[in-house]
Design a binder for this molecule. Structure first.
Ligand SMILES: [Zn+2]
Length: 146
């Protein structure tokens, strides 16, 4: 299971006409489902495994739930949390996790390898959130996750 973070839906879309339907001004063919809008390929989205997402969300002060929304007026609070976490190693440590391995041949259990979350991973995800928040501030919208 994973969680995806993305700007408010309407800001994730850009007007991109197709060449074949009346909605998009073509003479022929009717596409009743075409809105003339497509997902913006430049729109930042972040996808993470649930456990990783929760660890980062905790750093950012987001509600720990499988889906949620941060309003545009709450972006400065999120931004401050990102800046603090990016600059203070001891804050990032709260989101790291040690790798482990268990089970395998001779143990009677299947082998489980957990890769953990190191400081590099947490830092990289924080800079992705920085980019997402800056995009939202530019557009004047919040962001969702689900
Ligand atoms: Zn169309």
């Amino acid at each position: 299971m994973s969680i995806t973070f993305y700007p408010d839906y309407e800001y994730k879309m850009v007007k991109r006409p197709c060449t074949y339907c009346k909605v998009c001004d073509a003479e022929t063919n009717e596409d009743p489902y075409c809105t003339g809008y497509r997902e913006d390929p430049d729109c930042p989205t972040i996808n993470m495994a649930n456990g990783n997402a929760y660890a980062i969300m905790e750093l950012l002060g987001c509600n720990l739930d499988y889906s949620g929304h941060v309003k545009v007026e709450d972006l400065p609070r999120i931004q401050r949390a990102i800046i603090k976490a990016r600059n203070v190693a001891s804050v990032r440590t709260g989101a790291t996790a040690e790798p482990y391995e268990s089970g395998g041949p001779g143990t009677g259990q299947c082998r489980v390898v957990y890769c953990g979350r190191d400081d590099y991973y947490v830092s990289r995800r924080l800079s992705e959130f920085q980019e997402l928040v800056e995009h939202c501030q530019e557009k004047g919208c919040g962001f969702y996750w689900c």
